[in-house]
Design a protein around this ligand. Structure first.
Ligand code: ACM
Length: 640
């Protein structure tokens, strides 16, 4: 079979009966027999489902291999139909379906398969991604193209938008540093625009220190003769220059609507100290330039934390001295690799990892923009690929199978195995060496209930510590030991909300991310934890933007419309006494769907800006119509 006569694969979700149907059409000129159809998808077939038309000859999570019934021949033009009746979840979008497919022919060779988007109930259609419509600036809103909205603006007049912004010669060192960073940032983000910032002729901005202004805050005074920016720190100056750059860009691109003012004042500063964005670089690999571009977009939105999710069941992305198998084996997927192709990967080897030099470059890039990079190594769960690459970390006497929610079998690092701790020591040494962040994120999410219960070594440990082995008591033991390791290395622990289960962590210095729903954060704060709110129903950008079948994205947390992100009021339902424990907010972008070209930008933007406005502004400052009038001026990055 050649590329030219590739088989075509159709799929349909029968929503009434909960049945997935695959139909492989033989588009070639020869019969097909003894073949296996390999697919990756978002859905997973339940191990106990009934399958018609094939046998499931292999499965790992969302990678399925269907064997053609023995002796059957698929003649040219005929369809091989396969049905399965139990899936991991109800399918709601075409992106829940197949992401890549290929045939493993009887002789072991690979043949391509052309994939059609999955239909629902055989209704014809095609992907149609929702567009966000620009609205007119609401009456009474200040004509300033600034996102996030400023705290207070009382401005008038118009300055010539043709001229760039320049910094006055007597500016402080902190202000000059901030100016240089923002000038370079704007040049990278808006390559086709005339420069917003220059040295030489232009609107001179004099910049002076004002220690009375709190962290990240700034004040701009416009007079006919000058623009005066004051701030108490470099972050404040950077924010001020970004605001000026946004004003000028708006005035240039939409002169009837927006201005760089001639007179008046702007007073501004952030609501939360933690204004974050997370990216899952494990399930898909992101090139360095993709991450640099994303950091630039975060900075233009005045976000200051980048949470880098560096490992998951599907891949490990960071070079760790002494453990070459992690990057030689666990960073790549493909036929014949320790990880099969998953989540849109082709049959051949694909993947990648970050070297120490890569991380140094990212940390430096972030630091120049005021963005701290928080590394996450997700333990003890989500470690399928680690355990495949380092089988010595398994209890060889383990019996039985527990499965994670993503159907990875026995995927948790075992606290009863000494080699686990040697491995973690090497990992934490590396993280501390590479990342200056105060917090190291250790995951702790979604450990399967039942993990370790078939491990004789864990049974002995559980018996000794608690009188019996129990998953979440063992998890708490695991995480407290991890926390002690980080403390020895001078760092605090961050984790997802499940770290509080089974006895949790020593509360001092811990920051937990509440992701399942908003009220989880309040409960964690009541236990004494510092909290970052990342509720999936508002801030998970992998979730689809509308309910339309042909809108891409995941659906397990419902639908995250732009408005759901924008209107979320972090901590709005918290009692006053707990509010000091609300460190801030963060969006999350999980990558299951992100092998699809163009999808990154569609999912991330402009919801990122909507979240950024909530991270920066008190709710009474927010105005969705105003946001809609400006959001399309904000930069967008992509995944290559
Ligand atoms: C998570 O979404 N599992 C933190």
């Amino acid at each position: 079979m050649s590329i030219n006569d590739a088989c075509r694969l159709y799929s349909d979700w029968n929503a009434q009966d909960g049945i997935i149907e695959l139909a492989l059409e033989n588009a070639g000129s020869a019969p097909l027999s003894g073949a296996r159809l390999a697919t990756t998808s978002l859905f997973r077939i339940h191990p106990e489902c009934r399958i018609e038309g094939a046998t499931l000859s292999g499965q790992l999570s969302n990678y399925h291999v269907f064997a053609q019934p023995k002796g059957e021949q698929l003649m040219p033009g005929q369809r091989w139909v396969i049905r399965a009746d139990r899936l991991s979840h109800v399918l709601r979008h075409y992106t829940d379906g197949l992401k890549s497919a290929f045939l493993i022919l009887a002789d072991g060779s690979i043949a391509p398969v052309a994939l059609e988007p999955m239909t629902c109930n055989h209704k014809a259609g095609a992907p149609r991604w929702e567009e966000i419509e620009r609205h007119a600036l609401p009456a009474g809103a200040a004509p300033l193209a600034v996102i996030p909205a400023v705290l207070q603006a009382d401005v008038g007049g118009v300055r010539d938008p043709a001229l760039p912004l320049v910094i006055a010669a007597d500016a402080s060192l902190a202000a000059q540093k901030a100016f240089s960073a923002v000038r370079a940032l704007a040049a990278r983000l808006f390559t086709r625009d005339e420069p917003l910032f220059c040295h030489g002729e232009g609107h001179a901005v004099s910049a002076s220190n004002d220690p009375a202004l709190h962290e990240g805050a700034y004040r701009i005074v416009f007079t006919a003769k000058a623009i005066m920016l004051s701030a108490g720190d470099e972050d404040g100056f950077r924010h001020g220059f970004i605001t000026l750059g946004q004003m000028l860009r708006g005035a240039r691109l939409r002169p009837g609507e927006f201005v760089l003012p001639e007179t008046g004042t702007v007073d501004d500063g952030p609501r939360f100290g933690w204004r974050g964005a997370h990216l899952d670089v494990a399930r898909q690999f992101y090139a360095m330039q993709d991450i640099v571009d994303f950091l630039d977009c975060l900075a233009w939105n005045k976000l200051n934390r980048f949470h880098m999710h560096l490992n998951d069941d599907e891949a490990w992305r960071l070079e760790i001295p002494g453990f070459p198998a992690l990057t030689e084996k666990a960073a790549f997927r493909g036929i014949g690799e320790i990880l099969p192709p998953l989540l849109g990967a082709p049959a051949g080897r694909t993947g990648g990892y970050y070297t120490g030099d890569d991380i140094h470059a990212l940390v430096a890039h972030g630091a120049a923009l005021g963005i701290e990079i928080i590394p996450e190594i997700d333990v003890p769960g989500h470690c399928h690929c680690v355990l495949e690459a380092l089988p010595e970390l398994r209890d060889s006497g383990e019996t039985g199978i527990y499965r994670s929610i993503q159907y990875f079998p026995n995927n948790a690092l075992n606290p009863a195995i000494e080699a686990t701790w040697d491995f973690l020591a090497a990992v934490f040494d590396r993280l501390v060496e590479l990342f200056p962040a105060r917090h190291i994120h250790v995951g702790a999410d979604e450990v399967a209930d039942g993990a370790w219960l078939g491990s004789p070594m864990a049974a002995v440990l559980g018996e000794k510590l608690f009188g019996k082995a129990e998953t979440f008591s063992l998890q708490s033991y695991f995480l407290k030991r991890v926390q002690a390791m980080l403390r020895e290395r001078g760092r605090n622990t961050a984790a997802w909300e499940e770290a509080a289960l089974g006895g949790g962590l020593e509360i001092d210095g811990v920051l937990l991310m509440a992701w399942k729903e908003s009220r989880a954060g309040r409960a964690l704060a009541a236990q004494g934890y510092q909290v970052v709110l990342t509720p999936a129903q508002h801030y998970y950008f992998d979730i689809a933007r509308s309910t339309d079948w042909w809108e891409p994205g995941a659906s397990w947390a419902g639908t995250v419309r732009l408005r759901d992100t924008y209107d979320y009021d972090p901590g709005g339902d918290w009692p006053e006494a707990l509010k000091t424990q609300l460190a801030g907010v963060q969006s999350c972008l999980w990558s299951e769907n992100l092998a699809m070209p163009g999808l990154f930008a569609h999912l991330a933007y402009p919801r990122l800006s909507a979240m950024a406005e909530g991270a920066w502004c008190a709710p009474e400052r927010k105005d969705f119509d105003r946001f809609l009038a400006i959001q399309d001026l904000m930069p967008v990055s992509a995944k290559s």
